[in-house]
Write a protein of this length. Structure first.
Length: 134
């Protein structure tokens, strides 16, 4: 019985110290970005003021004029953005949320190895959709 309990505990320990899979890592980052987008969108709607989320590829940071906190992504994760040309400049690009619910729109893709996770902002409704891409 004691050896059985020890074996079960060793299995739990092994599973908890194992590094996350590429799919789990990009999924977690994509979820965090989607939540961040939704927070900025809600702030824009409640304050009746436009706010933007800015991605800086050099610094690997995600910031907003509506939030004090920022996000970042590790070097082993690749970010590809498909946003409005007017909202991009050099290594910075942004997605703007308007107080009427619309947005500048775009899709942000995070990839590691073969795992890709996309966060899309609809330009008409400002709705944020996240999905795993294969």
């Amino acid at each position: 019985v004691v050896l059985g309990i020890f074996a079960i505990m060793a299995g739990f320990t092994w599973a908890s110290i194992r590094p996350p899979s590429p799919a789990a890592e990009v999924s977690k980052l994509g979820d965090a970005v989607a939540v961040y987008f939704n927070r900025v969108r809600a702030r824009s709607l409640s304050a009746w003021q436009p706010y933007s989320v800015t991605f800086n590829a050099d610094k690997r940071t995600i910031t907003s004029d509506a939030m004090t906190d920022k996000l970042s992504w590790p070097e082993h994760i690749t970010l590809v953005a498909d946003t409005s040309e007017r909202e991009s400049s050099g290594t910075e690009f942004r997605i703007r949320f308007n107080p009427d619910g619309s947005a500048s729109g775009g899709t942000i893709r995070f990839s590691r190895e073969r795992a890709t996770y996309a966060v899309t902002v609809n330009w008409l409704t400002g709705q944020v959709v996240r999905r795993r891409e294969f």
